[in-house]
Design a binder for this molecule. Structure first.
Ligand code: ADP
Length: 483
């Protein structure tokens, strides 16, 4: 039995601020339990729901040295869906209303967490073959392991995997401060190890010291080795490209299932998707106050509002699209004010064509996935992307830019061979997006058979976590079988 310990700063159902929590929460459930004993270690945040906090059992406590500080570590544990979870307890570090605060607090908080995880292993009586670290918050685990624990027999066999969920966030802070906080030797704060552009960089540390690096799609794994996509670390990614793997995320196909989804107006399967989606469309139009029109092209977007998601392109095309196009659009989005203002403007100018909901709501998001004909996702970059997977599962045809995971999961429509699952464009340019929407609209209005083919091919794709888990198992085997 191979022992794999996931170390992360969030995981569903315990604590979630973004997509990372979906991965670290869902993936462990899908490994072959006869062969892999996968457990998860997380911080015990004060802001976790009482429901979860109340279930934790005390396991042990000890003190950890972090630079010149000596800090309390409590280890608590619980089981959920047959998986063992550990929680690192320290009321000083994990207080507050949110898991993350400002970067200088987080830098110390996650240095502490990373050191505590390693020190906790002998107390937990669980010596993993692999520690699988996620994002910059756990980047120091491979660094501590190799530099401070390297000589201790207990730790010598442990391998590390470092997963990048979004390279934009790297955990960077003043070099001297990080030296002081971590107590790590001065020699490793160099440009071939922990230093980048004059700062200490946790993500870089993770990538330098881990035995293998993964990211969440093959295309993104390539893009981060390029100057355009490397966020300043492309040189390192190129240097480590032999140990860099792209493994796609999956979706929880029980939660995102149009035949059982409790949020949507009418359940449907691949067989009755056309009728089922019409019913959902009518109900959504009514709920949002859009004119009832069964035949109109309804385009949806469910997204965080940041430049990553392509809102600058959308701003450039909306007027022309809404003036000339026979379509309705619905935006369920939360994020930056400037994009909210932009969408408000268009919703006011075209009240019969655009509706907005500036909120984070699972319910309305699911209704949009179920009701729309097409889903818009013209991202500037996209490590993996889940929304396009969810929309395909609901028979909603994605319109995407060919970047990262979007490129790997949406096969462009080929009208000659009647293949493909969506529409896509290459360059981050407004007219390419606009032309792609016009093309999709033309197929929708002029060739219903082709459109229905797109829908059903999308619905038949297999984006289950089982596939991803299999690829991680292969990676774990390749690291642990070598002696
Ligand atoms: P990212 O993690 O970069 O935001 P993904 O496509 O990987 O993008 O995942 C986004 C997830 O968050 C999807 O499940 C999507 O439905 C959900 N989501 C995004 N914005 C909202 C919102 N305003 N309301 C409800 N769900 C949302």
């Amino acid at each position: 039995m191979k022992k794999i310990l996931f170390a992360a700063s969030e995981a569903v159902p315990f604590i979630k601020t973004g997509g990372l929590a979906d991965v670290t929460g869902s993936l462990p459930l899908y490994f072959d339990r006869e062969k892999y004993d996968v457990r998860v270690i997380l911080p015990k945040y004060a802001c976790m729901d009482e429901k979860w906090k109340g279930q934790l059992h005390f396991l042990c406590h000890f003190y950890v040295n972090l630079g010149w500080r000596k800090q309390y570590v409590g280890i608590l544990t619980t089981e959920w869906n047959g998986i063992t979870y550990y929680f690192v307890d320290n009321e000083y570090y994990f207080a507050g209303e949110k898991p993350y605060n400002n970067i200088y607090e987080d830098i110390e908080k996650f240095a502490y967490f990373s050191k505590a995880v390693l020190e906790a292993l002998p107390y937990m009586d669980y010596c993993p073959n692999i520690i699988h670290c996620h994002d910059w918050q756990t980047g120091l685990i491979p660094v501590f392991l190799k530099t401070l624990f390297g000589d201790e027999h207990y730790y010598t066999g442990i391998k590390t995997v470092f997963s990048i969920h979004n390279l934009k966030f790297q955990g960077r802070w003043i070099l001297n401060a990080v030296m002081d906080i971590t107590g790590l030797p001065r020699q490793i704060f160099t440009s071939d190890k922990l230093e980048a552009y004059g700062e200490a960089n946790y993500l870089k540390g993770g990538c330098v010291y881990a035995n293998a690096i993964t990211t969440v799609s093959r295309t993104y794994a390539f893009e981060i080795t390029t100057k355009e996509g490397g966020e300043g670390l492309d040189g390192l990614m190129r240097a480590r490209s032999n140990s860099l793997f792209g493994i796609l995320n999956g979706i929880d196909d029980r939660f995102y299932n149009p035949s059982t989804d409790e949020f949507i107006f009418k359940n449907y399967t691949t067989e009755d998707a056309v009728v089922g989606k019409e019913k959902n469309k009518a109900a959504l139009q009514k709920e949002l106050g859009l004119p009832a029109d069964q035949d109109i092209f309804l385009v949806g977007m469910v997204s965080r509002m940041t430049d990553q998601k392509g809102f600058d392109l959308i701003r450039e095309i909306l007027n022309e699209l809404l003036m000339d196009g026979r379509l309705q659009m619905v935006f369920v989005c939360s994020g930056e004010e400037r994009y909210e203002e932009m969408l408000r403007f268009f919703a006011k100018k075209y009240p019969d064509k655009v509706k907005t909901r500036f909120t984070y709501s699972e319910e309305i998001a699911h209704k949009v996935y179920a009701s729309c004909d097409a889903f818009l996702m013209p991202s500037l970059f996209e490590p993996c992307g889940l929304s396009q997977l969810i929309s395909m599962r609901y028979g909603t045809v994605p319109i995407v830019r060919e970047t990262g995971g979007l490129r790997d999961t949406v096969e462009p429509y080929n009208e000659y061979e009647q293949t493909g699952t969506g529409f896509s464009f290459t360059n981050y340019q407004a007219h390419e997006l606009l032309n792609t929407i016009w093309y999709a609209m033309k197929v929708f209005y002029d060739d219903k058979k082709a459109w229905n083919g797109l829908m059903s091919r999308g619905m038949e794709q297999n984006f289950s976590w089982k596939v991803s888990a299999g690829e991680y198992e292969e990676l774990y085997d390749s690291l642990t079988d070598i002696r």
